[in-house]
Ligand binder design. Sequence first.
Ligand code: PLP
Length: 284
Amino acid sequence: MTVLVFLDSAYPDGRIADAGQPQLKVTDTGITRGDGIFETMLAVQGAPRKLQAHLARLATSAEALELDVPASSVWERAITTALAEADDDGELVVKLVATRGEEGAGATAWVQVSPLPKELRGQRLKVLLLDRGYDSTVAQRAPWLLMGAKTLSYAVNMAALRYARAHGADDVIFTSSDGKVLEGPTSTVLIARVADGVKRLITPQLESGILPGTSQGALFATAREAGWELGYGPLVPEDLFTADGVWLISSVRLLAEVESIDGKPVATSPELTKELGALVDAVS
Ligand code: PLP
């Protein structure tokens, strides 16, 4: 069952709405232009994971779009209402959405809580490298492209995933036109290198215009405490093939090991996947 709670100034804890009924006007700019932002997080036993990191990224996305969204405390109250209404002790997907709303009327914002999609976890991924079509310095040159903001305009990301599935793969790692590894359509790329007893976890550098992953950020914090060295790109495709392990990480699917890229096997390590998986689970 999906629970819907609108952020509405007349309802301090949010206004519960029927997810089975139409709730938005067709003229909402979130629909007509994909003009808005979102966050997706996991809730476990009624508690959202990494809530502050998601709210902080929502605020950064809102700033990039010059979108006036409700304060974090208002989102928090609506999330609490939605999770209480869902009343589920297991795992749930919590989505926060804010659109620019009707022309001139201010943002439309809501929280949606839904069941976890089935068969999401523990999969080993076949991945395709796909060209994202811009170079890795575009974020600095062209702020209007909203690189690094989590906007509603995910049609390209979804098209890349469909392309991968049509070509026998499960997921995608985007590359820049100057040959750098970027991110997945809905995930952050991680590689591990182990040498002389030193374990190193590396992710592409944020300056390449990728979304700062809250899962990668939280994992890096716990991995550092567990003795891992950390590194931030730049990475090129060759680095993926010479790594001791490659993963895609995100808030709902969590850590997913990559087994092949463009049909070529990459190193896999059940030990490293188990160790990193435990560090991911330790994040609250
Ligand atoms: N990169 C992109 C483009 C994403 O859409 C996502 C999540 O959906 C991520 C990275 C991973 O972010 P997070 O770990 O915060 O879920």
